[in-house]
Write a protein that binds this ligand. Structure first.
Ligand SMILES: [Fe+2]
Length: 178
C-alpha cells in the first residue's frame, strides 16, 4: 500500500528554535519597547537563512509586496516579506511592537514624526543582511523601500495575533512632508 502525506506547511528550518526564544521573552511581561528589543536580540542570535522560505516563496511578485505569515499565536506573529527591486510601502505605523531582520538584500527605511497636519523626516537607516532592530508604538512611523537591484527578504515579528488577516499596519499616512 502506498502512503503519501502532503504537509500543509513546508519545513521551516530554524523557525521552531526562533519561536521558542521569542516565547521566552514575550512571557516575561516586559513593556512593549523592552519586549521588542529582547525579541530583536533573540532574532539576532537565531536568525534563519533564506531557506526558511521555499524557492517559490522567495520570488515575490512584480505587482506588489508579498507577505508570508509563517506563524501566529495569541501574543505574537512571524511574517516574512519579499521585496522586489523598487518596491516600497506606504508611510505607516504598526498595530504592536515589532522586531525585524534582513535575510537577503538591503532595505532602506525612512523615519517620520507626526506633527498633526504634516510629517517631518527624522532619520534614514540602511538595513543589510543580518541587521536587526526593534521598535514599539508610538513614534514608529516609517516607510521601507528596496532601492537595491536584488530582491530583499525580511523577517518581522509583531506583538499581535495576525491570524485574522495578516495586517500589521495600524494607519497609513498621507500627509505632506516638510
Ligand atoms: Fe513597518
Amino acid at each position: 500500500m502506498n502512503h503519501t502525506t502532503y504537509p500543509k506547511q513546508p519545513v521551516r528550518t530554524g523557525l521552531p528554535e526562533l519561536l521558542d526564544g521569542i516565547r521566552e521573552q514575550t512571557s516575561r511581561d516586559l513593556d512593549p519597547r523592552r519586549t521588542a528589543l529582547a525579541v530583536a536580540d533573540v532574532l539576532r542570535e537565531r536568525m534563519p537563512g533564506v531557506e526558511l522560505l521555499t524557492e517559490q516563496e522567495r520570488i515575490g511578485d512584480a505587482d506588489e509586496l508579498v507577505s508570508h505569515v509563517l506563524h501566529t499565536e495569541a501574543t505574537f506573529s512571524v511574517k516574512a516579506v519579499v521585496w522586489q527591486p523598487g518596491q516600497i510601502t506606504p508611510i505607516h505605523d504598526h498595530v504592536a511592537w515589532c522586531a525585524f531582520g534582513v535575510l537577503q538584500g538591503i532595505e532602506y527605511e525612512t523615519l517620520y514624526r507626526d506633527n498633526g497636519d504634516h510629517l517631518t523626516e527624522i532619520g534614514r537607516v540602511e538595513n543589510g543582511v543580518g541587521e536587526v532592530s526593534g521598535f514599539a508604538p508610538p513614534g514608529d512611523i516609517h516607510r521601507v523601500h528596496n532601492t537595491g537591484d536584488v530582491t530583499a527578504i525580511s523577517l518581522h515579528i509583531y506583538g499581535a495575533d495576525l491570524s485574522a488577516d495578516g495586517v500589521s499596519i495600524r494607519r497609513e499616512y498621507d500627509l505632506p512632508i516638510r
